[in-house]
Design a protein around this ligand. Structure first.
Ligand SMILES: Nc1ncnc2c1ncn2[C@@H]1O[C@H](COP(=O)(O)OP(=O)(O)OP(=O)(O)O)[C@@H](O)[C@H]1O
Length: 247
């Protein structure tokens, strides 16, 4: 059976403050990336934590077709005396993947290479920058080959090149595994590049969803983000979102 993630009518509040109201997502299918966008405080991280099962929410979260559900929080793995290679190896072992030591080590090397982290393999996590540790966190998630991958702002600490690299690796994982990926992405132009579908969260409800071209509109930018924005489409189809307001 094809792997799918279904999220229906989720409701959640912290104490008495409603944060998610009747949130239903379009089905997230294997080999597809769905990006969740929305302003600060709109409920994106809470939504991911509810889907991951860390909060007890009303509504339904259903995964059909098997596979591990893996949630990668916004914060990178903490500094530690483990080397990058060891940290990713441990993640693979904890994930219960079969195979002998050689097989494990080959997969670690392959995963580090995919994220261009091979140069850091021998460095300790305590000696890395926040952005470098964030990439290690992603390598730890990817090596477990999850069926459903929930990513909370995987590029928040990364420079332009690494943002691109990470998003490309996530998309490749989704397609090759195949995995169903649900990712919170703040940068709208990056969301357009990685996502098959975008969900716009606004005040704890789904404002709109659809393909990047359907969702990223001047009207949405005005209604949801309260900015005077433009969406440009390059000849190769790449969408870029820009704010027209003067600073
Ligand atoms: N532990 C908590 N206790 C109480 N309220 C919380 C808690 N965590 C988040 N909130 C509130 O819930 C709302 C949604 O927060 P959430 O972190 O899900 O938003 P977000 O869309 O991920 O924001 P950001 O883009 O800033 O990361 C906010 O109003 C926030 O203040």
């Amino acid at each position: 059976m094809d792997l799918t993630l279904r999220v229906e009518r989720l409701g959640f509040e912290y104490g008495r403050t409603p944060v998610l109201r009747e949130v239903t997502l379009p089905e997230v299918r294997a080999a597809e990336v769905t990006a969740v966008i929305g302003p600060n405080g709109s409920g994106k991280s809470t939504l991911l934590r509810c889907v991951a099962g860390f909060h007890r929410a009303r509504g339904r979260v259903r995964v059909s077709g098997g596979g591990e559900i893996l949630y990668l929080p916004q914060d990178p793995p903490p500094p530690s005396s483990l080397t990058v290679f060891e940290a990713v190896l441990v993640a693979r072992r904890v994930g219960g993947s079969g195979g002998g030591r050689r097989e494990h080590e080959a997969r670690v090397a392959e995963t580090l290479a995919a994220l261009d982290l091979d140069g850091l393999a021998g460095r300790r996590l305590a000696e890395l920058s926040g952005g470098q540790r964030q990439m290690v966190g992603l390598a730890q998630a990817m090596i477990r080959r999850p069926g459903v991958l929930l990513l909370d702002e995987p590029t928040s600490n990364l420079d332009l090149r690494n943002q691109f690299r990470v998003l490309r690796s996530v998309r490749d994982l989704a397609r090759n595994q195949p995995a169903a990926v649900l990712a919170v992405v703040h940068d709208l132009s990056l969301a357009a590049r990685i996502a098959d579908r975008i969900v716009v969260l606004h005040n704890g409800t789904v404002h709109s969803h659809g393909s990047p071209a359907e969702v990223l509109t001047t009207a949405m930018l005005s209604e949801v983000y309260q900015v005077d924005g433009t969406v440009q489409r390059a000849g190769n189809g790449v969408l870029t979102v820009a704010i027209a307001d003067r600073i």
